[in-house]
Design a protein around this ligand. Structure first.
Ligand code: CMC
Length: 430
């Protein structure tokens, strides 16, 4: 008997089944052999929130949640944050290898020369309400891009896919910056292709009357590192959404609008905005113990804490904490930092958090940096969405080229009424 199997005995029938184990995993379809009789549909697994279900094999991002490890294509996140830049990491995520100099130059040229958006996208964005949330504008505009690039629907053609990937990575900073300028009532600033990816983004956010905008190199680099840290995170809620929508062979703009919608939620990328609002609400270090007690009484969540996969410190949070010091040297210290540090100190000593493996995640400190850089709080999740675009697209591409992938279509356990006859309105009671 092979040892790479799982033996299951169905006590309803006394029958025993051998299920192959590959990569420490059984194939859910093998459960269907387990039946009480021939008419039985077969056994399923029940897993709300996909807590223990692998939906794909992937070679892009590896997380070891128990050891606090994150690697893109095998490269530790710490090394990439220290030595690489966002566009190089984007290339790595999409192609599997670091680029040679000529490959990098071509890739950078391609991205930096697709940053402009159609003028109609600009007018579309001008028509949003003055107080529209930037993330809602971002989502809607990415979705509307499907109308400008209808050839995006040809998802089987590799070169065509590449064109849409370049467009999306190049244009999301422009869309994000326009959403910011719109919410401030400021004129939109066109891209400057002489600047770096993040330098140009800062230009589109900040430029007023200067002839040429020069980004602060510390802030430009800090933002670039933040973009590296947020670039991919395997099968999280937004990425799973990208794959689910993409599995129906929808165009990448539609799939990405859905992924951005998932990211917007406060349990996911929307947490960075919620963390800042929470810190503002706490207001003073002296209020921290009461706040923690409220969390322990289940009155609220400690935003920026906890993670589905990391049961140890989120390695991204550790790197962000270090960048914060560099940024604060330029911008001055964010006064909310002391409250955040005190929250972390108390939480990491308290059994409620320790016993549940609740540690700061990527969103706990990122908002403090964004706020010190004078981003409005409502922009924080957009700042997550810009770099996550490459993760979404790398995973979308991997899904489309994986012969094992099928349209995503989960099962359910139906617990509703059995068959019953329609009752005309005048015969209904109650
Ligand atoms: N504050 C207080 N209690 C918490 C928190 C928190 N932030 N997170 C989890 N718990 C408790 C939870 O109540 C549960 O307790 P019990 O077992 O006694 O019922 C236990 O810890 C396990 O939590 P869970 O909700 O079963 O864990 P999950 O894997 O389903 O949820 C999470 C993960 C990130 C949604 C959750 O930790 C959370 O809501 N955190 C706050 C929101 C947040 O910071 N989200 C950003 C995640 S990182 C960025 C990203 O990639 O999206």
């Amino acid at each position: 008997m092979s040892t790479d199997t799982l033996t299951v005995t169905d006590n309803r029938t006394g029958r025993t089944y051998e299920l192959p184990i590959t990569y420490d995993t059984i194939n859910a379809m093998d459960l269907r052999k387990i039946k009480v009789n021939d008419d039985d549909f077969g056994m399923m697994s029940y897993d709300p929130g996909f807590k223990n279900t692998a939906s794909t094999k992937s070679t892009i991002t590896e997380i070891d949640g128990d050891r606090g490890i994150l690697r893109y294509r095998g490269y530790p996140i710490e090394q990439l944050a220290e030595q690489s830049n966002y566009l190089e990491v984007a290339y790595l995520l999409l192609n599997g290898e670091l680029p040679t100099q000529s490959e990098y130059d071509l890739w950078e040229y391609d991205v930096l020369h697709h940053t402009f958006v159609h003028e109609n996208i600009k007018s579309l964005m001008e028509s949003f309400r003055y107080d529209a949330h930037p993330m809602a504008m971002f989502m809607a505009t990415v979705s509307a891009m499907a109308t400008f690039y209808p050839e995006g629907r040809d998802i089987d053609d590799a070169f065509n896919r590449y064109k849409q990937i370049v467009r999306l990575i190049a244009k999301v900073p422009t869309v994000a910056a326009f959403s910011y300028r719109h919410s401030r009532g400021l004129p939109f600033v066109y891209p400057d292709n002489d600047l770096s990816y993040t330098g140009n983004f800062l230009n589109m956010l900040d430029k007023m009357t200067q002839v040429k905008y020069t980004p602060d190199p510390v802030l430009e680099r800090a933002l670039d590192v933040l973009f590296i840290l947020h670039a991919d995170h395997e099968q999280n809620c937004g990425t799973a959404t990208m794959r689910v929508i993409g599995s129906s062979h929808a165009d990448p703009y539609s799939a990405m609008a859905g992924a951005a919608g998932a990211l917007y939620g406060p349990l996911h990328g929307g947490a960075n905005e919620k963390v800042l609002r929470m810190l503002l609400e706490i207001g003073d270090i002296k209020n921290v113990p009461d706040f923690i007690q409220g969390v322990k009484n289940r009155e609220r969540l400690l935003m920026g804490f906890g993670h589905r996969v990391y049961k140890n410190y989120d390695p991204r949070a550790r790197i962000i904490k270090n960048i914060a010091d560099e940024v604060f040297e330029v911008t001055g210290k964010n006064p909310l930092l002391d409250i955040a540090l005190e929250l972390e100190r108390i939480a990491l000593e308290d059994d409620f958090f320790v016993s549940r493996n609740l540690y700061p995640n990527v969103d706990f400190y990122s908002g403090l940096i964004y706020q010190a850089m004078r981003f409005p709080i409502a922009m924080f999740t957009v700042l997550f969405a810009i770099p996550r675009t490459v993760g979404w697209l790398a995973q979308w591409q991997e899904m489309l080229t994986d012969p094992e992938q099928k349209i995503a279509r989960p099962r359910q356990i139906y617990l509703g009424e059995g068959a019953r006859d329609y009752v005309p309105m005048n015969e209904r009671e109650g």
